[in-house]
Design a protein around this ligand. Structure first.
Ligand code: G3H
Length: 482
């Protein structure tokens, strides 16, 4: 709690990540936040274990009640939380406020869904299996796993934290949250709302510190019973080290957008721009490659170009569409992809422009498979267009990726769309809309290097429980029914 307050005071100083050079990160929130030592981490996890034991015995309706309180507080604290998101991760002001509200809604829905999902068990009778009499009754219930380690990413430090915290809590688990380096103050403010709601001491704790220093210690900790992680390929390393515990991993994506020649091109262009450039492309579900049929490519590119020209570029406080990417190394990585594409002959639809971490939106046409940007995830406002001569070519490109998060297809022919959806090796395919995780109760999962397990509120609640059965053995009947 003390840490939350000192962090918020720090934010009140009016410093911004854009100070110094206008578009360059000049402060890191963790420079002014305490980094937890291994001893402190051990203590927090032990407290989480103890708190979880009594929390698991707290009636489900009471757990739900507290979650509803936390949801209301998150919405009440929308302004300061959004302010943190703007300053720490350069999220445009409106999107930052939306993240806080969406998080409150997610927590409320989770409370309600938890009451439904966890309030029911199963009753089975033995004589449905060959060779058995009706002498065994089996009762199943869902019980908590224990201590859940939640590791959200910088791009949704609040929303992708509560998408782990709320299912864990309603299911009777405790939470150890490792917030992202950038976004930690927003995450602490969110945790503060849970504390204000009255959750027991020790049940929800926050471990600040750099992943490179405490990451392995946390993820390999013997008292952690489950890890829910969202982020980049660090998740692959975590899953190799974590041991025999359930894992929920949402890693990267190279979400393809396939445009057929009968597509509504205005609809497609609007979704490509929204899907590719919102939050400057820093979403795992962003449109990351457009695969368009050659016959409509010129028309589509013109429509997308016209919309890109209208995007505003600048500060998150001004609610600009395109804001600085999260770190200088991200900006350098994006630039590397752009330079590679330039050298290999991609057509630049706009001039490439960068100031510090601020990169102007860029559409790259005539991208070919030998260019890095055809396969790698820029996590920035740079979008490649590959022209295809058959739908099969588009599906082949999508499936040749090591990622398999989402994809989308634009066509007026629903039968074709469904066949293409079946053929695309991704966790979700959107028909006539850009990829997106929400609504937050929908299942959300990646194939291949994009993840393990399925998220969405109901799936997360189930994933954070295990099945417990009690079998009632009856005496063999000594009478027969007449
Ligand atoms: O960055 C990864 C997020 O799960 C994407 O969520 O589709 O709501 O932006 P979103």
């Amino acid at each position: 709690m003390e840490m939350v307050c000192s962090s918020i005071t720090h934010l009140g100083s009016g410093k911004s990540h854009l100070q110094g050079s206008r578009c360059q990160s000049s402060i890191h929130p963790l420079d002014s936040l305490t980094s937890k030592s291994k001893e402190e981490v051990n203590k927090l996890i032990e407290e989480a274990k103890t708190a979880q034991k009594s929390w698991a015995k707290t009636p489900l309706w009471k757990r739900a009640e507290l979650l509803h309180k936390a949801a209301a507080l998150l919405k009440e604290h929308k302004v300061p939380i959004a302010e943190c998101l703007v300053k720490e991760i350069a999220k445009p002001a409106k999107d930052a406020a939306t993240e806080a509200v969406r998080s409150g809604d997610l927590v409320s829905y989770c409370a309600e869904e938890g009451v439904r999902v966890l309030g029911e068990g199963k009753f089975m009778v033995s004589d449905s299996f060959p060779g058995n009499e009706r002498t065994k009754y089996c009762l199943t219930a869902k019980i908590p796993l224990g201590v859940i380690l939640a590791i959200p990413p910088f791009n949704y430090p609040v929303n992708l934290a509560v998408s782990k915290i709320a299912p864990a809590l309603i299911a009777g688990n405790s939470i150890v949250l490792k917030p992202p380096t950038q976004g930690a103050v927003a995450a602490l403010h969110m945790v503060h709302c849970f504390h204000l709601a009255g959750f027991p001491k020790g049940l929800i704790s926050c471990v600040t510190g750099r992943g490179s220093e405490i990451g392995d210690f946390l993820t390999m900790h013997p008292m952690v019973n489950c890890i829910s992680f969202t982020g980049g390929d660090t998740g692959i390393a975590i899953s190799k080290k974590a041991g025999m515990i359930p894992l929920q991993m949402e890693l990267g994506g190279k979400d393809a957008c396939i445009i057929l020649d009968d597509a509504d091109l205005d609809l497609a262009a609007a979704n490509i721009v929204k899907g590719g450039f919102s939050y400057s492309g820093q979403r795992c579900t962003a449109v990351k490659v457009v695969l368009v049929m050659e016959s409509v490519a010129n028309a589509l590119v013109e429509k997308v170009k016209a919309k890109v020209a209208k995007l505003t570029v600048g500060l998150p406080e001004d609610d600009s569409d395109i804001t600085p990417v999260v770190t200088e190394s991200s900006a350098n990585f994006i630039e590397g992809l752009v330079v590679d594409a330039k050298q290999k002959g991609a057509t630049f639809c706009q001039e490439y422009r960068r100031e510090g971490n601020l990169i102007w939106p860029l559409l790259l046409d005539n991208v070919r498979p030998d260019m890095r940007i055809a396969w790698e995830e820029p996590f920035g406002p740079v979008l490649p267009v590959i022209r295809i001569t058959s739908v099969e070519e588009g599906i082949h490109h999508c499936n040749a990726s090591n990622f398999g998060l989402q994809g989308c297809v634009f066509t007026r022919d629903i039968s074709k769309a469904i066949l293409i959806s079946d053929a695309m090796e991704t966790g979700t395919v959107q028909i006539n809309s850009a990829p997106a995780r929400g609504p937050d109760h929908f299942p959300f999962q990646g194939l291949k290097d994009s993840g393990i397990g399925s998220q969405g509120i109901t799936n997360s609640i189930n994933m954070m429980t295990k099945i417990k059965t009690t079998v009632i053995n009856l005496p063999t009947p000594s009478y027969t029914m007449g």
